[in-house]
Design a protein around this ligand. Structure first.
Ligand code: ADP
Ligand code: MG
Length: 753
C-alpha cells in the first residue's frame, strides 16, 4: 500500500467492494483493507497505527471488547474495523459517551474515510438545544460510517419506531457497532433506560395518602428492608388493608393503592436526602448521580417514584407523564448483529459482560511498557485524617513543579478539596461543571508543569493528558485518589490518567471508613470504629473498606441484571410490536380477509360472553364495533340461535367494509393499514406505560418467596394477551367506523371513531 499513489490508495475502496461482491468475505480482505487504512491514517493524520492498535482492531472486527489503556489510541484503532465493515455497505456505527467526543472523532477520523471515498457523519447536534430534523437524520444514517452517542442512537431507534409513515423512517437495519468507553455505556448507563414521555397522565391523589400511611409504619414489624429492596410483612399488609379498607392488598382492583404504597415505602426507606436527591432553592427535587454526586437536571425517576419522593418531602407534586417508549441499553445493543467495544477499564467486568452481552473481553498489551508506579493505598479511620494526609502529599508534590491530579468520588468533595487548595494558596482547576467540552479543555492541561487539577473519576473521560515540557524529568503526572471509589474500574480509570504511552507517572489512593461506599455497604455501627471507640487493627481496617467496595460492586451487578430481566419482558413484546408496525408501514398492510377473520373472532367472543342476549346489548355492540346504523333485522334476529346472529353480524361487517371501500377506492388498502397502525400504537403506548408502573409495584412483592421478576413476567404476559385482544377490537372498529374520504387531490382523510 505504501508504494501506491494517493489516487491508487483511495481506489482500493472500489477494489475491495468489487471483491466482496464477488463472494469474498470481510475476513478474506481484512489484511489488505487494514493495510490500506493504516497507510491512509499515516498520509492524512500523520499517525501510523502501532502493531498493538492493529491487534486491537482485529479484536474489534471479531466482535470483542478490547481493553486498551487510556492513551493507547483507541480512536485510531477503530478506523480499521469501521472502514472494513463499512465496505459491506451495511450500517456501521461508532458510539461514545458524549456528544463532544462523537463530534471530535467524526471530524478528525472523518478525513481518513473521506480520503478513502467513504462518507461519514456525526449523529449528534453541535450545540445544545439544536434539533436534528428527520430529513437530516436520513442523511446522517445513510452515511457509510456514523459517529454518535449511545443515547442519541437509542432515542433515534425509539423515535424511528413511532413514526406513522414509512417515508419518515431514517434508520437503516443495524449491522455493526463499536462502543467506545464501553464499560461506561454498557455498565454505568445500564440502569437508566431511555424513556420517551408522552402526554401527562391524570394526576393521582393517592401520593399524599400513601405517604401518610407509610409514615405510620414501624420498621421490622410492618416492613422489612434488605439492601435495595423493601417489602411489607404479613402484618404490614393486614394493616394496609385496614387502613385503606380493602379486603385484599394484592387484588387487581387495588393495583393503584398497592402501587402507591410501595412507591411511598421505597421513597422513605431507599432514598436519602443529599445522597440520592436534593432539593433546589426553588423547591424542585433533583436527583444526584450515585457515582459522582452530580445533579442530574431533567432526569426523573419513572413509574411515579419521583412523585412519591415529592410527597415525602412535602413538595408540589409534579406532573407524571406517560411513557410512550422505552428501552435499556442492555437490550438495545443486543439488536446489533455485530457489537464490539473498547475501553481502558473493562477487564474487571469480563464475567458480567460475557454473561449479559455474550461478548468476550480481550486485553491488548500497551505499545510501550507502563512506567507508572501505582503506590500502595493509605488507610485512615476518618475523613479528616484522610483528607489532611492527601492534601499534604498534594502540596509537597506540587512544590516540586510536578503536575498533580486529585481524583475524588463525589462533586461535593471536589469543592472541599478546592477550598483547602485556596487556603494553601495553590492555583488550581476544578472539573465539576458537567460539560464535556469544558472538562476536556481543562483536563488536557492537567499535564503541564505546576498544574493542579481536581476532578471526579469519570470527569473528562476520553481526553488525552499530554505531559508538558520538563514534566517527564519531574516524574510525570501524579494522581492522588481520595476515597475508595464505587468500583475498581473507576480507580483504574483515575490511575490511567497518568503514565500514557510509557510516560512516567504515579498514583496513590487515600481511603477511609467515611468514604461513601463504606458508609453505604460497610458494617453497621461504623461510627464506633471511626471515632476510635472500638479497637481496630490495621488489617481489619483494610478489610472493612475493601469488602465494602466489593459488596457494592456485587450489588451493582445484581441490580443491573435485574434491570435487564425486567426489560426483557418488555423487549420481547417490543420486538413483536415493532415488526408488526414495520410490516404495516412497508405497505404489507391489512387484507380484507384478515379483517373478516378478526371480526369473526371478535363477534364470537362477544357472543360467548353473553349468556342472555337482548336487543339493547346487540345494538350497542353494533354501534361500538360495526356500523353507525341500526336496522329492523337486528331486532328480529335476537330471537334466533347464536349461529344466525353471528351470520347476521358478519353480514353487517361486510356491508360496512363495502361502504368504506366505495369511499376510499384504490386507497382502501392504505386506509386499512393506517387504521390498524393507529389501533396498535394506541394500545402499545398504554402497555409500555402499564408495564412501567407495574415494575415499581411488583418490586414490593419480594415477601413470601415471591420472585418479583417472575411476577412481572407473569403479569406482563397476561397484559400482553389482553392488549392483543384490545388491538384486534380496535382495528375492527377503526376500519369499519372511521369517517373517511379522499379529497380532490386524492389525499386520504381519516377521522378515527
Ligand atoms: P484513547 O482513546 O485510547 O485513550 P486516543 O485515541 O485519545 O487514546 O489517543 C491518544 C493520543 O495518541 C492522541 O493524541 C492520538 O492522536 C495519539 N495517537 C494514537 N495513535 C497514534 C499513533 N499510532 N501514532 C502517533 N500518535 C498516536
Ligand atoms: Mg478514547
Amino acid at each position: 500500500m505504501n508504494a501506491l499513489s494517493d489516487d491508487e490508495l483511495s481506489h482500493q475502496t472500489v477494489v475491495f467492494k468489487e471483491r466482496l461482491s464477488q463472494g469474498e468475505s470481510l475476513e478474506d480482505i481484512l489484511p489488505e483493507a487494514y493495510a490500506a487504512i493504516c497507510e491512509a491514517d499515516y498520509r492524512i493524520l500523520g499517525q501510523f497505527p502501532y502493531d498493538v492498535q492493529v491487534l486491537g482492531a482485529i479484536a474489534l472486527h471479531q466482535g470483542m471488547l478490547a481493553e486498551m489503556n487510556t492513551g493507547e489510541g483507541k480512536t485510531l484503532s477503530a478506523t480499521m474495523p469501521l472502514y472494513l465493515n463499512a465496505l459491506s455497505g451495511k450500517s456501521t456505527i461508532l458510539v461514545t459517551t458524549n456528544e463532544y467526543l462523537a463530534l471530535r472523532d467524526a471530524q478528525e477520523m472523518g478525513k481518513v474515510y473521506r480520503f478513502m471515498g467513504l462518507s461519514v457523519a456525526a449523529g449528534v447536534k453541535e450545540r445544545a438545544g439544536d434539533r436534528i430534523t428527520n430529513e437530516e437524520k436520513k442523511k446522517i444514517y445513510a452515511a457509510d460510517i456514523v459517529y454518535t452517542t449511545h443515547s442519541s442512537l437509542g432515542f433515534d431507534y425509539l423515535l424511528n419506531n413511532l413514526v406513522t409513515s414509512a417515508s419518515d423512517q431514517y434508520l437503516r437495519d443495524f449491522y455493526y457497532v463499536i462502543i467506545d468507553e464501553a464499560d461506561s455505556v454498557l455498565l454505568d448507563s445500564a440502569q437508566t433506560p431511555l424513556v420517551i414521555s408522552g402526554s401527562p397522565r391524570v394526576q393521582s391523589n393517592l401520593y399524599e395518602l400513601a405517604d401518610f400511611f407509610v409514615t405510620t409504619l414501624i420498621s421490622g414489624r410492618d416492613y422489612e428492608k434488605e439492601e435495595d429492596k423493601v417489602w411489607l410483612t404479613q402484618e404490614g399488609i393486614q394493616y394496609a388493608e385496614r387502613f385503606f379498607q380493602i379486603d385484599n392488598f394484592y387484588d387487581e382492583a387495588y393495583f393503584e393503592i398497592n402501587r402507591h404504597v410501595i412507591l411511598a415505602l421505597r421513597a422513605h426507606t431507599l432514598f436519602q436526602m443529599e445522597k440520592e436527591y436534593m432539593i433546589t432553592s426553588n423547591g424542585e427535587l433533583q436527583l444526584l448521580d450515585g457515582g459522582s454526586g452530580r445533579m442530574m437536571p431533567g432526569v426523573k425517576l419513572r413509574g411515579g417514584q419521583h412523585q412519591a419522593l415529592e410527597a415525602k418531602e412535602k413538595l408540589t407534586i409534579s406532573q407524571e407523564s406517560r411513557s410512550v417508549a422505552s428501552i435499556t441499553f442492555q437490550n438495545f445493543f443486543q439488536l446489533f448483529p455485530k457489537m464490539a467495544g473498547m475501553s481502558g477499564t473493562i477487564a474487571d467486568a469480563a464475567d458480567e459482560l460475557l454473561d449479559v452481552y455474550h461478548t468476550e473481553v480481550v486485553v491488548i498489551p500497551p505499545n510501550c511498557p507502563v512506567q507508572r508506579v501505582d503506590l500502595a493505598d493509605y488507610y485512615y479511620r476518618d475523613a479528616w485524617h484522610q483528607f489532611s494526609a492527601a492534601m499534604a502529599t498534594a502540596v509537597i508534590t506540587h512544590q516540586t513543579g510536578q503536575p498533580v491530579l486529585i481524583v475524588v468520588a463525589t462533586i461535593p468533595e471536589t469543592e472541599l478539596v478546592s477550598r483547602r487548595l485556596v487556603q494553601a494558596k495553590i492555583p488550581h482547576n476544578v472539573l465539576n461543571a458537567n460539560n464535556a467540552f469544558w472538562e476536556a479543555e481543562i483536563i488536557k492541561e492537567a499535564g503541564q508543569k505546576n498544574a493542579m487539577t481536581v476532578a471526579t473519576a469519570m470527569a473528562g473521560r476520553g481526553t488525552d493528558i499530554k505531559l508538558g515540557e520538563g514534566v517527564k524529568e519531574l516524574g510525570g503526572l501524579a494522581v492522588i485518589g481520595i476515597g475508595r471509589m464505587v468500583n475498581t474500574r473507576q480507580e483504574r480509570q483515575a490511575r490511567g490518567r497518568a503514565g500514557r504511552q510509557g510516560d512516567p507517572g504515579s498514583s496513590r489512593f487515600f481511603v477511609s471508613l467515611q468514604d461513601m461506599v463504606v458508609e453505604k455497604n460497610g458494617p453497621s455501627r461504623l461510627e464506633k470504629y471511626v471515632q476510635g471507640k472500638k479497637n481496630l487493627r490495621n488489617i481489619h481496617l483494610k478489610k472493612m473498606i475493601n469488602t465494602a467496595q466489593k459488596t457494592g460492586e456485587e450489588l451493582a451487578v445484581l441490580s443491573r441484571r435485574q434491570a435487564m430481566e425486567y426489560d426483557q419482558v418488555l423487549h420481547r413484546q417490543r420486538e413483536l410490536m415493532y415488526a408488526t408496525r414495520n410490516r404495516l408501514l412497508d405497505g404489507g398492510g391489512m387484507e380484507k380477509e384478515r379483517l373478516m377473520e378478526i371480526a369473526r373472532e371478535n363477534i364470537q367472543n362477544f357472543l360467548a360472553a353473553q349468556p342472555e342476549l337482548d336487543t339493547g346489548m346487540l345494538n350497542r355492540y353494533l354501534l361500538d364495533q360495526i356500523s353507525s346504523r341500526l336496522d329492523r333485522a337486528g331486532v328480529e334476529i335476537i330471537q334466533k340461535d347464536k349461529d344466525s346472529i353471528e351470520k347476521y353480524l358478519m353480514g353487517r361487517v361486510e356491508e360496512s367494509l363495502q361502504e368504506q371501500e366505495e369511499k376510499t377506492g384504490e386507497m382502501m388498502h392504505r386506509f386499512m393499514g393506517i387504521a390498524a397502525l393507529k389501533a396498535i400504537d394506541e394500545a402499545w403506548v398504554e402497555q409500555v406505560d402499564y408495564l412501567q408502573q407495574m415494575q415499581a409495584a411488583v418490586s414490593g412483592r419480594t415477601m413470601a418467596q415471591r420472585n418479583p421478576v417472575f411476577e412481572f413476567q407473569k403479569d406482563g404476559f397476561a397484559a400482553f394477551q389482553k392488549m392483543k385482544r384490545t388491538i384486534m377490537s380496535n382495528i375492527m372498529r377503526n376500519i369499519l367506523l372511521s369517517d373517511v374520504y379522499t379529497d380532490e387531490k386524492g389525499q386520504l382523510h381519516i377521522l378515527l371513531p
